[in-house]
Design a binder for this molecule. Structure first.
Ligand SMILES: Nc1nc2c(c(=O)[nH]1)N[C@H]1C(S)=C(S)[C@@H](COP(=O)(O)OP(=O)(O)OC[C@H]3O[C@@H](n4cnc5c(=O)[nH]c(N)nc54)[C@H](O)[C@@H]3O)O[C@H]1N2
Ligand SMILES: Nc1nc2c(c(=O)[nH]1)N[C@H]1C(S)=C(S)[C@@H](COP(=O)(O)OP(=O)(O)OC[C@H]3O[C@@H](n4cnc5c(=O)[nH]c(N)nc54)[C@H](O)[C@@H]3O)O[C@H]1N2
Ligand SMILES: [Mo]
Length: 764
């Protein structure tokens, strides 16, 4: 059995209280909760400054999620949601983690705290170092820190021995500089949070449609006749998406939700931007709820397509879009043969559904032509994550529902600039064309061999093949799978460096030397050379727009992410580089000029980024042009129905977010919509399963996973009866990450299968 260390949050119970499961999202409760979170962290004038400029055209982009802002007028009641307010509360807090804090609390002590307490400690104010043998972080000069990084990097036998992680908040400009530095240094080791997130979407969409991004815009929601929301909890994770769903409903469209949990945000919505709504009944969102089993989605999609095929055979040309299929797609015959090889009733059973409700859903698909399918982690974080996405595409292609108004693919991104970071070249598998462009513009030979993704980076560090870890944001130890293995990997490194805003567990699980480099946040003014700078981000629908901070930086010792990259590059290359690393840092327009010169779609970047609302990037699938795929057409694909053989004692477990967290940042201890208060260490189970296992509600159980012959245990979770399909369970991320073996990952995309973990339970 694997030994527990402070890489995992401590086992401590905080006093579970259970309440009502809610069926309406947002409304007054959300408004009061938002204000409470903000005012807990700062005074009223500061609160008003941040809330009034968030997501406004001359303001800064909310770091909460990647949902787009309206193209037209923005609401004066505030263009943010409850969880956006929590995100800003967290980053604009005035609590400080300063040298006195680190002198008082040893690394070991901080490691024994909960993630909630660690995060609530505040913003980091000074660059800090932990040297071999030290028990406490100590302040370090910026220059000394950069020289240390430069010398450790230059001491490596090969540039491939360094790993450069990115979380998805980094601006386009900083991300571009970062990847440029890494490639000039000589490696493509650029793993990012996307590897754990929408990588399956990217892989599935590129193969089938020729672009890894979604095809819809916000406007499309107003024209859609049918929206299907699969594997996504928008009420918590993308609350502003509910306004788009409201638009669909207002115009007579229907909504189907597919989820093992009946999430409040899928059911009803009281728009906090509309006074009448706040006080009134709100709008009903979902028309048909399909409560699938975990990973029952391919089975469901196939069952639906079988019914469509039957209807099409009875009524030629009335169900499928035959012209579209004929002109724009490839592989229809194989798809039909595959559908004919499956039994409808078996599929429905595998999905955990009733035939009647599947037929009802099929009827909506038969009757309508403009269909949008939205999804998030419920589809991507499975062994067959890529298959899930490709099956979604199959369904849309049959209906000709891609590349026209009111229809298309909508992978809903997580981090606020995760899509932009990828556009900027944060990717371990860069396209040759992009590398050619870098070569031409910067006059160096970029490395061609693919780098490590997240899972490969962990393995490489564990095998001593990688010895320096640099993280541009994020919380690597808590976000990644197989916590204790990953901790061993990080602890073997010569140097671990985190560019961070807030204290997190990754600062505690460190290499032989560790650095924390504190940076300004998006809500803070970024002044270089006496001039205020803007940065840019790309949202989930490919709109690139500017972001400009409003607050004075919390400490005068902070640098911008861009300045940090520039100085790391100068310290590493000394005089050897032809790139003007120091120059970039004086004026971000110079970085944007380089982006324009090397990445398609950024023509007149500096001019267009200053237009309120920004601009759309080109998107072939939005235009109905699928020529970039290997066949030159949109591709139907054949996907396997997942066959997880689960014995009587086994369960499939998904790891999900509460309403009070942003990934590994714990805003609070409640999961209000699910009625679970003041406790994170719970395991959601079906009543019948609880009974069959001989458990009672509130029993304490250990969760065990023996996936690859290694016994992984997450100790002490409270059994919590919940409306979840039998044989399915849920726990919160990151407490349960210790159970996810590195080998439990999606085929093709390598995304950890954090939503299909096969576990056993025993009374603790
Ligand atoms: N407030 C807040 N906002 C966030 C985040 C946050 O942590 N907090 N995180 C951001 C990030 S990085 C991301 S990627 C997104 C995440 O956004 P989501 O993907 O909505 O987040 P999860 O909590 O992982 O929820 C997954 C949903 O999928 C369902 N699900 C799980 N397994 C299956 C399955 O097999 N089939 C189906 N059909 N459904 C399934 C779960 O019940 C749950 O409703 O949100 C972003 N926005
Ligand atoms: N079991 C399980 N594991 C998962 C998931 C799951 O659903 N289940 N979801 C996965 C997903 S979808 C994702 S995206 C990853 C998330 O993985 P990460 O992106 O690595 O994690 P975060 O918690 O978002 O990172 C939070 C930290 O980022 C830093 N930070 C915040 N803002 C800034 C900034 O502006 N600049 C800089 N430099 N730093 C900043 C702060 O120090 C904060 O502590 O986790 C993945 N892990
Ligand atoms: Mo994510």
């Amino acid at each position: 059995m694997i030994k527990r260390t402070n890489a995992q949050p401590p086992v401590e119970f905080t006093g579970l209280k259970s309440g009502e499961v809610e069926s309406t999202a947002a409304g007054l409760k959300a408004v009061t909760s938002a204000l409470k979170h903000v005012l807990d962290e700062m005074n009223l004038p500061r609160a008003l400054t941040v809330l009034n400029s968030m997501n406004q055209k001359d303001g800064f982009d909310c770091s909460g999620c990647a949902w787009p802002d309206p193209d037209g007028k923005r609401s004066r009641l505030g263009e943010y949601c409850e969880n956006g307010a929590k995100a800003i509360a967290e980053e604009a807090t005035t609590k400080k983690v300063d040298p006195a804090f680190f002198a008082k609390h040893s690394v070991n002590e901080i490691g024994s705290w909960s993630d909630y307490r660690i995060g609530k400690s505040g913003r980091i104010t000074h660059p800090m170092v932990l040297k071999p043998g030290d028990t406490h972080y100590k302040p370090i000069d910026w220059k000394e820190a950069f020289d240390l990084i430069g010398s450790e990097l230059n001491n490596l036998d090969s540039p491939h021995e360094a790993v450069f992680y990115t979380s998805g908040r980094t601006s386009n400009e900083a991300a571009y500089m970062y990847q440029l530095f890494v490639r000039e240094f000589g490696t493509n080791n650029l793993p990012d949070c996307s590897n754990m997130c929408h990588e399956s979407s990217g892989a599935g969409l590129v193969e089938t449609l020729g672009i890894g991004k979604g095809s819809v815009t916000l406007e499309d929601f107003k024209h859609a006749e049918l929206v299907i929301v699969m594997g996504q909890n928008p009420g918590t994770n993308h609350p502003r998406m509910l306004s788009a769903l409201e638009d669909t409903k207002k115009n007579g469209g229907k909504i189907i939700s597919v989820n093992p949990l009946i999430e409040a945000g899928l059911m009803n919505f009281k728009n906090p931007q509309k006074l009448g709504h706040l006080l009134g009944k709100g709008v009903k969102l979902t028309d048909l709820f399909l409560q699938v089993k975990i990973n029952g989605d391919v089975a469901l999609l196939k069952a639906l397509m079988i019914l469509l095929l039957e209807a099409e055979n009875k009524n030629k040309g009335k169900v499928f879009d035959l012209d579209f299929i004929e002109q724009k797609t490839s592989g229809i015959e194989a798809l039909i043969a595959d559908l004919e090889s499956h039994d409808f009733s078996d599929l429905v059973k595998q999905a955990g559904l009733q035939e009647k409700e599947v037929r009802e859903a099929a009827q909506l698909l038969i009757e309508n032509k403009k269909i949008i399918i939205c999804w998030a982690m419920g589809l991507t974080q499975h062994k067959n994550g890529v298959h899930n996405i490709r099956e979604v595409v199959n369904l849309l292609l049959l209906k000709g529902s891609i590349g026209k108004k009111g229809a298309g693919t909508c992978p809903v991104r997580g981090h606020s600039n995760v899509q932009g970071d990828r556009t900027m070249g944060i990717w371990e598998k860069p396209k040759p064309q992009f590398l050619d462009n870098l070569k031409k513009e910067f006059n160096f030979e970029p490395p061609r061999v693919h780098g490590f993704d997240v899972v490969e980076a962990i393995e490489a560090m564990h095998e001593n093949k990688a010895k320096v870890f640099i993280g541009m944001g994020g919380n690597f130890i808590s976000a990644t799978p197989d916590t204790e293995f990953t901790a061993e990997a990080l602890r073997k490194c010569n140097l671990t460096v985190h560019v961070s805003t807030k204290l997190n567990r990754s600062h505690i699980v460190h290499g032989k030397i560790a650095l924390i480099l504190p940076c300004i946040t998006r809500s803070e003014k970024d002044v270089q050379n006496g001039k205020p700078q803007i940065v840019s981000v790309e949202d989930s629908m490919g709109v690139v727009h500017s972001s400009k901070g409003k607050l004075d930086p919390l400490s005068k010792h902070l640098l911008s992410e861009l300045a940090i990259v520039s100085k790391i590059a100068q310290a590493t290359f000394k005089q050897k580089s032809q790139t003007d690393w120091a120059g970039f840092n004086t004026n971000y327009d110079l970085v944007r000029d380089k982006i324009e010169a090397t990445i398609p779609g950024f023509e007149n970047f500096n001019e267009r980024i200053r237009k309120p609302g920004g601009f759309y990037l080109p998107n072939n699938s939005r235009e109905g042009d699928f020529t970039p795929t290997k066949t030159g057409k949109a591709n139907f694909t054949i996907n396997k129905v997942s066959q997880v053989a689960i014995s009587d004692q086994e369960f499939t477990m998904m790891t999900i977010r509460t309403h009070d967290q942003f990934n590994t940042t714990i805003y609070g201890l409640h999961d209000r919509y699910r009625g679970i208060y003041n406790e994170r260490r719970v395991i959601l189970m079906n009543k019948n399963d609880i009974e069959k296992q001989g458990f009672n509600a509130n029993d304490i159980v250990d969760i065990i996973c023996e996936d690859d012959g290694v016994k992984r245990v997450a100790e002490k979770f409270i059994v919590y009866p919940y409306d979840i399909p039998e044989k399915c369970t849920a726990t919160y991320f990151p407490e349960a990450n210790v159970l996810v073996s590195l080998k439990n990952k999606a085929e093709i995309s390598n995304t950890p299968a954090s939503k299909s973990i096969v576990v056993k339970l025993r009374k603790s």
